[in-house]
Design a protein around this ligand. Structure first.
Ligand code: SF4
Length: 456
């Protein structure tokens, strides 16, 4: 996770970037940052917390220039601390490089060790910093070739927005795990993790940056190269299930419509004899619409979300997670009392969040609760940018479906099948990464690999 955004060729580049981060806030709530360049100087502002708080008041004003890069972060590699706030930038003998990264590199340890041996001194514990060192150390004279030289050494997932003076660069790893799109606004070019950020600033969607593509953007236009050997794609299917905003189009398809199809498929696989279908807001809501329609059961709002509380499982500590679950949702007793309900949930990671929600629905008077989940059981860690990295943390890795049902306090529990999930996608099924469900990792993982490897 993480949201990335960049602008080239607009006099309000930093303000547009702030709006872009606002639209991408769901991709990371820990910190936000913007770096702008006026052709000579770069200026930055970063902080812990939401974009709206970090850039409150006049914080944007000093960020002058027509090129800017922004980032909202949630940590995968590297702890949640101020030194790890992105965009990351370094000055080197030929200028500076600014990096905003969404994804997770898997050969971090090897590269880190190698670079330290050659004299690199690291300022942060982020895998993203490695990209800066590889770029700065490249012997290539041409800066575009230096970018290619750096990226060709990376293994794992990366969607990147880079800035070298006024040159804005977008790149996606050859397997294309994470989304990145190109937009246009009054002659200026935009890069964004999701199209919802283009919509907010009324930019026109041009196209996605393709897997393995690097785009070099100046005010004159875009130059595209594909320097890497083409590889089988591995688009993160979990973007559709949970992460991306439903009003975004990613990987060529709308997220809301995809979630609705997941719900329809779920109703076919796991029907339930019930009075109403409800969701756990917000991410389960769209699939619940599809489930209700396919099952012919009324869709009701059984829970209201307090929108002033952040997302839950992307917070790094269990204490904060537990606290937020309790204040986040309120059940509507008059809707739920004495009813047999189907609750559509997007996914179950640790189970603690779902358990608290089920308890609240039961306390509101529901007679029967049948949970339907819009993806298969999450049984395997993700090493490509999502924070469920150890089997220990995944309830489905350690328990049978019946044990999970019992733990959650449900009358029945049904997960969408892997086949069913892939059937709901518009792209061919072999385009997707499904490793967290199937255990089939699309790349060979290095032996030494751990979430906070650099900190141990
Ligand atoms: S393992 Fe799961 S969450 Fe991670 S990239 Fe693959 S599909 Fe996405």
């Amino acid at each position: 996770m993480c949201g990335i955004f960049g602008v080239c060729g607009h006099k309000e580049a930093a303000r547009l970037t702030f709006l872009g981060l606002y639209a991408l806030q769901h991709r990371g709530e820990e910190s936000a940052g913007i770096i702008a360049c006026d052709g000579r100087r770069i200026r930055h502002h970063k902080g812990m917390g939401l974009a709206g708080d970090v850039f409150a008041g006049d914080a944007i004003k000093p960020l002058k220039g027509k090129t800017a890069v922004g980032h909202v972060r949630y940590s995968t590699t590297g702890s949640s601390s101020t030194k790890n706030i992105q965009p990351f930038f370094v000055n080197h003998k030929r200028g500076h490089i600014v990096i905003a990264h969404n994804g997770n590199l898997v050969n971090t340890l090897e590269l880190h060790k190698e670079l330290e041996k050659r004299g690199s001194i690291f300022q942060t514990t982020m895998d993203s910093e490695i990209i800066a060192h590889l770029f700065a150390r490249s012997e290539e004279k041409d800066c575009k070739k230096r970018v290619v030289a750096a990226l060709s050494q990376l293994e794992g997932s990366y969607s990147l927005v880079l800035m070298l003076d006024n040159l804005l660069i977008g790149a996606r790893d050859p397997l294309g795990w994470k989304p990145l799109c190109i937009g246009k606004l009054n002659g200026a070019y935009i890069l964004a993790s999701e199209t919802c950020a283009l919509d907010l600033i009324q930019a026109e969607y041009v196209r996605d940056v393709e897997p393995g593509e690097i785009v070099f953007i100046t005010e004159e236009g875009i130059e595209s190269i594909k320097p890497f050997k083409s590889r089988k794609h591995s688009l993160c299917i979990f973007e559709y299930i949970y992460f991306a905003r439903p009003d975004s189009n990613i990987f060529g398809d709308n997220v809301y419509l995809t979630r609705k199809r997941l719900g329809e498929q779920l109703a076919r696989e796991y029907p339930a004899d019930c009075d109403l279908v409800m969701s756990i807001p917000d991410s389960g809501s769209y699939a619940a619409v599809g489930y209700a329609r396919e099952a012919g059961i009324p869709y009701e709002i059984g829970m209201i979300r307090n929108h002033y509380v952040g997302r839950t499982f992307i917070q790094p500590s269990q204490f904060i997670r537990d606290f937020k679950v309790k204040v986040k949702l309120n059940s509507i007793k008059d809707v739920l009392k004495d009813k047999r309900v189907v609750v559509v949930e997007d996914s179950i990671v640790r189970g603690t969040t779902s358990r608290a929600r089920i308890k609240a629905i039961r306390q509101a008077g529901a007679k029967e609760i049948h949970m339907r989940v819009t993806c298969p059981p999450l049984r395997h860690p993700c090493f490509f940018g999502i924070d469920f990295p150890t089997k220990k943390e995944l309830i489905a890795a350690n328990n049978s479906i019946e044990q999970i049902r019992d733990f959650l306090g449900l009358d029945s529990l049904g997960y969408l099948s892997l086949e069913g999930m892939l059937k709901a996608m518009m792209l061919p099924k072999d385009e997707f990464c499904t490793a967290c469900f199937s255990g089939n990792y699309p790349i060979k993982l290095p032996k030494k690999l751990s979430k906070h490897a650099l900190e141990k």
